[in-house]
Design a protein. Sequence first.
Length: 431
Amino acid sequence: MQTNTQNKQIRIRNILENILLANKPSKAESSEVWAIVNEFISRVKKRKNDLGIKVEIMLGGSVAKGTFLKDRFDSDVFFRFSRSYADDKLSDMLEKILQPFRRNNLIRIHGSRDYFQLEYKGVDFELVPVYKITDPSQAVNVTDASPLHVNWVKSQLIEKPNIRDDIILAKMFCKAQGIYGAESYIKGFSGHVLDVIVIHFGGFIKLLENVSQWKSGVKIDVMGHEGMLNQAKTCSPVILIDPVQPDRNAAAALSIEKYNRFKETARGFLKDPSNGWFAEKKLSVNDLEDKAGDNNLIIIKIWPQEGKNDVIGCKILKSFDFIKKRFILNDFDVLESGWNWPLKKDALFWFIIKNEKLDRYKKWIGPPLSATEHVSAFKRMHSSTFEEDGRICARIVRKFLKPGVLAEFVVKDDYIRQKVKRVKLKSVKLK
């Protein structure tokens, strides 16, 4: 007779097998992707040889590691330039190499060292200029060490080939929970971090079992490099000593919010496993209206600017924080809020605000009566003042009594207009 634990283990195994079956590319699909990638690299190699540029081309990303998903084909390609070239010329030389691909939506992304994106026959490529180095200490730019990280992961996968599926499951799980990506507007778990910790713990389920028990400040040292990490980089909730760069905390970008979310969802899946934990949740207007119940709901649509995703995402996040702060400063009780931005699409902000009537007047507490100069200045600023509990106070008229009126006003603010292409108050449900 099987125990409850055995039944749960069988259930989990069946769930994971079904998830992989539905999301891993078939052998035919994998062969097609590899054919496209090889064709692209072949064309690029011929082009760089014709130009006489000394650069080694190396494949990275999920394609190189064999961890890509069905219908999600993206590939990093590192152009490892000879160190005889000047750093400030690398991006320009790469752009020359890529000139034949101008019709493939070639985009130059500005950063500490510019890189490029393009789409070729259904595969999204990210093309990164780096110096060819053999040791992280030789890096001039942070991206120079990226090929070394790829090589480390690939070497681990040679020894543990079956763990590729576990890496796929970990990334799908984290994407579904909104905690995947180290970009500054996400502050979650990067692909590199997930690669390393899945390998370190020996699989997806073992990772979840460990995550569910994590304490803040947990330290993970895969290669036994402890003591080499810069102590200034140990303030994140997870300290992951990079297996290639031992002075680097690979999880430095992780926020406490995403850390807690991973712990909660890891416990949730282990307690009640289901396919739903791997499904990205998209809230509809109807869902939000149900969540709001008898409270106010405000939805704002954002059309992002063009450019690097990290930069765009930061501007969207700052716009969201600005609007939320305006509600709070004007004494509206924000019960719940959030935002959603599918890449290359529009963003939605939503705010559920407590259904309560604000008084027309509010009390503004001023300086203590003993600070006579400040009291005098306060009285000059406000026409209706009074004393209370040893302080001067004023009775001021609220500018906004309804959250919808404030929303109409704030979306026109120059701060927002400078950070997004367009903004529109999409829906206001007032109770």
